[in-house]
Design a protein around this ligand. Sequence first.
Ligand SMILES: C[S@@+](CC[C@H](N)C(=O)[O-])C[C@H]1O[C@@H](n2cnc3c(N)ncnc32)[C@H](O)[C@@H]1O
Length: 317
Amino acid sequence: MKERLFWILKNYGISDRIAKAFLEIPREGFLVKRYPSSYVYEDIVLVSYDDGEVYSTSSQPSLMAMFMEWAGLDEGMKVLEIGGGTGYNAAVMSRVVGKKGLVVTIEYFEKVCRIAQENMRRLGIENVVVVCGDGYYGVSDLAPYDVILATVGVDEVPEHWFRQLKDGGRVIVPINMKLSERQPAFLFVKKGNYLEGGYKLETRFIKAGGNLGNLLERNRKLLKDFPFRKAIQVPRLHVFVELVDLLTRRLTRVNGIFYYVGSEGVVEFLDDEMRIYGDAPEIESLLFQWEECGYRSFEHLVLHIGYNVLSHISCTI
Ligand SMILES: C[S@@+](CC[C@H](N)C(=O)[O-])C[C@H]1O[C@@H](n2cnc3c(N)ncnc32)[C@H](O)[C@@H]1O
């Protein structure tokens, strides 16, 4: 059965090192819910834990393998996984990074986290550290990381992750788009004050709880009154709102209307017009760049997400 999965992964163009790691880890050892053995090595999502209150899944193996491939996961690396679940993916990655490497995985739900810890102990997997908590904060004690890989849909790449990543390190992350409710996965590389990169493919993960899943609420608390300054007509405004979401991490929603919440002003996004209250230089400069790039959607742009500096885009992929 495992051999079949190996060949499925090879058909996806997955390297030997990563595909072989799936041969070494028994997926059934991470499923609290019992499945017929023929199911366990299918290339599908399986429910790993469900007590009626708390729920976790074991992600689709080919998607996990692609994430590892894009991350350039290799021997000796230190990787932080966000959304540990019962630990299957972390265990597979532990085989890819080998004894000289380390996998740190963080899981939000205590019950699921304890199961992951027990699974590692039972299977004698020593180079995985399972931490219980909100992945929003990363795991600073064991930083810096070569790779941060999320197996849960998150609202943003928080500054904590950025700080815990090595320069040149990679982030693979499915992001919950607030307007379209899509969940595209992105690959970013840390370069100085930026995460640079872009779109890879569509996914459907569990949406994160805790601070990784409440960005709109957190930003809503920052809303303040500013005087109306001007209205700008914008073609394909919904496409621009998604860029603002990804690049500023400052979107909120009130009564179904999206707003950008800046430190000097607020922007209200209506059907084909944005209304600026106070000042929003970040948004005006992004709009200018986006016009220069021909109003393309995020899939066709390079994103430069700034941390404590302004974000920008470039047109050529
Ligand atoms: C798709 S499952 C993870 C699959 C897992 N990597 C595996 O190999 O089985 C997503 C997990 O993310 C967890 N999660 C949700 N919000 C989280 C957060 N804020 N921090 C860490 N984990 C979170 C969920 O409880 C769930 O177990």
